[in-house]
Design a protein around this ligand. Structure first.
Ligand code: CS2
Ligand code: MG
Length: 402
């Protein structure tokens, strides 16, 4: 069996997506997500100009060999562009293998370890009251777990707060929007949000919060401590994670569970965090962490160290990534939770998919493969539009973490 063709499809049904489609001499095709928010065309070029020429004529069933061929063969290993490109090809190959085996991908991975995939949604509000009302709305939709973000008095804008209530697109302009950040304002306000949420909803709903990389370790330790009475499911990306050892400071001071990893591209980005038990949930996901092949390795190391998965699932990760992630989630023994930010109707039309939502859970479906496809004619109607993620500056103008 041979790969006969492969192409990159760039489309923008509400936001930009990059997809790889691999075709074979047995008429079976597979697709994979390669979307890297704000850097989409870099991955598209890496695929078109460097990886796809190496694929033609290879046996698509040899996904492990092809993974290492592309990873070790690059010489210049790792990084978000390389690993998103490898991830897209890997996901498409697993899609093909599962279709050849005429089974849903989770069966090929080892079968279902649970009946459904618990997800969390994003409730956000310009203030605490609006955020609480949004949490109530998610409860009505059947969610058992909800991430809560709200506006910070004194700041014009902050991460995770937007007019969109079911999906969220931070890449909002064709040049980076500059926002002003103040840690002092934020640290004073966030505990009040969770106090109000627990007062209104009690301790039944799982509540999550995303700091979005903006604190120093000791500030994160303080926030974790201040939030302990509200029993969060997790506190996410409390500090930038390049320096894994910095999490020791947070761990020393708080029992609030920690989640990290959506920006991770390989096992090496989280090896210390996992082996030292410095985090409780690893958020690496199919599209940015080298595909199904490599994400399994991260999950296996995590399982050895009581760390569970909490895969990233934002709107800028395409339905192809979500489909593959749900099969991974249904199989992975140390599953924790899956993020589920919805997509626009246009996006859902371009990417027809088998997964379904019911009562706070997603179900990947029983279609052979990962259950997601792409309508190329419809995709062609939405040309690429350059869009950047914002940048943050402190009030004195210092560049900060967005
Ligand atoms: C976020 C994302 O969903 C999350 O947890 O951190 O919204 C993130 O900001 C975007 O994926 C960046 O493109
Ligand atoms: Mg996040």
């Amino acid at each position: 069996m041979k790969i006969t063709a492969a192409k990159v499809i760039v489309t923008c049904p509400g936001r930009n997506f990059v997809t790889v489609k691999i075709e074979t001499d047995e008429g079976v095709h597979g697709i994979g997500d390669a979307t890297l928010n704000g850097r989409e065309l870099a991955v598209a070029s890496y695929l078109e100009d460097h990886l796809i020429p190496c694929l033609i004529g290879r046996d698509p069933r040899q996904s492990e060999d092809i993974w290492h061929y592309l990873y070790r063969g690059a010489y210049w290993r790792r990084g978000p562009v390389t690993m998103s490109a490898i991830a897209a090809i890997d996901t498409a190959l697993w899609d093909i293998k599962a279709k050849l085996a005429d089974m849903p991908l989770y069966q090929l991975l080892g079968g279902a370890s649970r009946s459904g995939v618990m997800v969390y949604g994003h409730a956000n509000g310009r203030d605490i009251e609006e955020a609480c009302d949004e949490v109530a709305r998610y409860r009505e939709m059947g969610y058992h777990a909800i991430r809560a973000q709200c506006g910070i008095p004194g700041l014009d804008s902050t991460y995770g707060v937007s007019g969109d209530k079911l999906f969220y697109e931070p890449a909002d302009a064709d040049l980076p929007t500059e926002n002003v950040w103040s840690t002092e304002h934020y640290l004073r306000h966030v505990p009040k949000l969770f106090e109000a949420l627990r007062d209104r909803f009690g301790f039944e709903p799982h509540l999550l919060h995303d700091v979005h990389h903006r604190l120093t370790p000791i500030e994160a330790a303080r926030l974790g401590k201040d939030l302990e009475p509200y029993r969060l499911f997790w506190l996410e990306d409390a500090v930038p994670a390049e320096n894994q050892e910095a999490f020791r400071t947070i761990r020393q001071h708080t029992t609030t569970p920690l989640a990290v990893g959506e920006v991770f591209n390989s096992l090496w980005d989280c090896k210390t965090l996992i082996e030292e038990g410095l985090v409780d949930y690893i958020r690496a996901t199919v599209v940015h962490a080298g595909g199904v092949t490599h994400l399994r390795r991260i999950a296996d190391l995590a399982a050895l160290n009581h760390v569970r998965t909490g895969c990233h699932g934002a709107t800028d990760l395409s339905p192809v990534c979500m489909g593959a992630a749900l099969h991974f989630d249904l199989w992975v023994p140390n599953f924790g939770i899956q993020e589920y930010m919805r997509h626009t109707e246009e996006t859902d039309a371009v990417f027809p998919h088998a997964y379904t939502f019911e009562n706070g859970y997603l179900y990947p479906g029983e279609a052979p493969g990962h259950g997601v496809d792409i309508d190329e004619d419809l995709a062609a109607k939405y040309p690429y539009q350059r869009a950047y993620l914002p940048v943050n500056r402190l009030r004195d103008g210092t560049i900060w973490h967005w």
